[in-house]
Design a protein. Structure first.
Length: 149
C-alpha cells in the first residue's frame, strides 16, 4: 500500500504479532510492506504473516496496528474490517467516515472527513501492480479488466 502524496508504504514496525504498530516507511518491498485485500472477509492481510491483518484498534485515536486475522469473526471483528474504495482509500468498518492517513513522522491515524471531503492530506491507497511495493486489490467479475481497479 503506497501513499501517493509521500511515496511511502504501509509497513509493520517490528515482528508481526498482535499489537505491533503499522507505520509509513520508505518503500523497499519487504513482506512487512506488502498487503492483500481479502474482499470476502473485508480484511487487509499482511504478507509478512498472513495470519495477521490490519487492525483499527476499535477507535479513531489509537493509530493502526496488526492483529490475528482469525479474530475477524469474534467479538471485536469489526476492528479488523476495512473497505478499499474505488480510488484506493482505506476506510475502517468501525468508522467509515475516516480513512487511514499519515499522522506526522512515520505514524498513521484514522482521519475524519472535513467539509464533506476526506481531509488530512494524502491517504494510503492500494495500487495497481506497477511496482512490487504496491498491492493489487482482489479482482472480481465486476472489476476484472476495468482500468484503475
Amino acid at each position: 500500500m503506497v501513499n501517493p502524496a509521500s511515496g511511502l508504504c504501509l509497513s509493520i514496525d517490528g515482528d508481526p504479532e498482535n499489537r505491533t504498530d503499522v507505520v509509513t516507511a520508505r518503500c523497499s518491498s519487504p513482506p512487512a510492506q506488502r498487503w492483500r485485500f481479502d474482499a470476502a472477509r473485508g480484511v487487509l492481510q499482511s504478507s509478512a504473516d498472513p495470519d495477521h491483518c490490519l487492525d483499527s484498534r476499535g477507535a479513531v485515536d489509537r493509530g493502526v496496528g496488526i492483529w490475528a486475522c482469525d479474530s475477524v469473526d469474534g467479538r471485536n471483528g469489526q476492528n479488523l474490517r476495512f473497505a478499499v474504495g474505488t480510488r484506493g482509500v482505506i476506510r475502517p468498518a468501525v468508522a467509515p467516515d475516516h480513512a487511514v492517513a499519515p499522522a506526522g513522522g512515520d505514524s498513521l491515524a484514522l482521519a475524519g472527513r472535513r467539509g464533506g471531503r476526506t481531509g488530512g492530506g494524502g491517504r494510503e491507497r492500494s495500487g495497481r501492480p506497477a511496482q512490487t511495493t504496491r498491492t493489487p486489490r482482489r479482482q472480481t467479475p465486476a472489476t476484472r479488466g476495468t482500468p484503475g481497479r
